[in-house]
Design a protein around this ligand. Structure first.
Ligand SMILES: [Zn+2]
Length: 281
C-alpha cells in the first residue's frame, strides 16, 4: 500500500517537473508546432475533461482555486481551440467511437462551491458552455456551498450536475456499507433537488488505487451511474475505463502552462511510459 504522504510528495515533484517542461516546450515553439501537425497533418484529435474547484480572487484554498481573470482567459482559449461539449455528448462520442473533426473538451467542477455560482457561472453563461458540477451533498446549503435554489437556477442555464459523495471522504478509507451510502445517497439527494436522473459520479480526491478502488467502481456501476470520473491526469482514449475516466486538473496556471496542459503533448507514448514508471497518473 502506497502511503499518502509519499504520494503527495511524488505529485509535488511531478508538478514542478511538469511546470519546467511546460516552459521549455512553450518557449521553444514545440507545443504550437505539435498541435498544428497533430490536428492538420495527422488529423488526430484529443478528448479532454477539465477539473476545476473554486473560482475566486481571494487567497484561501490556493491549490484548488483559479482567479477570475485567469478563468476568463482560459474560457476564451477553449472557445477558440476546442469543441466544448457536455458530458452527455462526450460519453456518446466514446460509446459510439464517433469520428472527431476537432479536439473535444468538457468542463467539470468538483465539490459544489458557492463561487461556482457567484463567479464561474457568470462567465460560463457568456460562453454558453455546458459545464457539469459534481456535488458533495453535505456542501449544499452551507456558507461555502451552493444552495438548492442556485442549483436550480444553474440547471435552467445549461449547467448539469453529478454526484461527488455525501461527505467527501476517500472511498478507499471507508467500509463497504459506508461507501454504498456515500455513492447512493448523494445521487438521490441531487435527483431530489433537480427532479432529474443523475448520471455521472466523480470520486473524491480521485486517484485510482489510492483514493478509490475496484469495490468503489463496482458500487458506482451497480448504483446506476452511466460513467464516473477520476483525477488521474490525461486525455481520454479508447483504452479508458468509462467508470474511472481521466481528467486534467486546472490550477491558477500561467497561460502558457494551461496551453501546454490542454495540448495533449503529455499524452505522447514515451511520456505515458515515463509517467507509469514514476507512478504519476
Ligand atoms: Zn472533491
Amino acid at each position: 500500500m502506497r502511503s499518502r504522504k509519499y504520494t503527495e510528495i511524488r505529485y509535488k515533484i511531478a508538478w514542478n517537473i511538469g511546470a519546467l517542461l511546460s516552459l521549455l516546450l512553450y518557449c521553444s515553439g514545440t507545443v504550437p508546432l505539435y498541435s498544428y501537425l497533430r490536428k492538420h497533418l495527422l488529423k488526430r484529435y484529443i478528448i479532454l475533461v477539465l477539473t476545476y474547484h473554486r473560482i475566486h480572487d481571494g487567497n484561501e484554498d490556493a491549490p484548488i482555486s483559479v482567479k477570475l481573470e485567469t478563468f476568463k482567459n482560459q474560457m476564451a482559449y477553449l472557445r477558440k481551440n476546442f469543441d466544448v461539449v457536455s458530458l452527455d455528448d462526450l460519453i456518446d462520442i466514446l460509446r459510439n467511437r464517433a469520428c472527431l473533426r476537432n479536439d473535444v473538451i468538457a468542463i467539470t467542477f468538483d465539490d459544489g462551491w458557492k463561487d461556482n455560482y457567484t463567479s464561474a457561472f457568470q462567465i460560463i453563461k457568456v460562453y454558453g458552455f455546458p459545464v457539469t458540477i459534481f456535488i458533495a451533498t453535505d456542501f449544499v446549503g452551507k456558507d461555502y456551498g451552493l444552495t438548492e435554489e442556485e442549483i436550480r437556477i444553474m440547471r435552467e442555464n445549461k449547467v448539469a450536475f453529478g454526484a461527488h459523495t455525501v461527505s467527501h471522504k476517500a472511498l478507499s478509507e471507508i467500509d463497504y456499507e459506508n461507501t454504498k451510502f456515500e455513492i447512493e445517497s448523494s445521487k438521490l439527494k441531487i435527483e431530489n433537488i433537480l427532479q432529474k436522473k443523475v448520471k455521472y459520479f466523480a470520486y473524491p480526491y480521485g486517484k485510482r488505487g489510492l483514493d478509490f478502488n475496484d469495490t468503489s467502481v463496482n458500487i458506482v456501476k451497480e448504483t446506476g451511474y452511466s460513467a464516473a470520473f477520476s483525477t488521474n491526469n490525461g486525455c481520454i482514449t479508447s483504452d479508458s475505463d468509462i467508470f474511472a475516466l481521466e481528467r486534467v486538473g486546472v490550477r491558477n496556471f500561467p497561460m502558457f502552462v494551461f496551453k501546454v496542459r490542454v495540448s495533449g503533448i503529455f499524452e505522447n507514448k514515451w511520456i505515458r511510459i515515463l509517467r507509469d514508471v514514476l507512478h504519476i497518473n
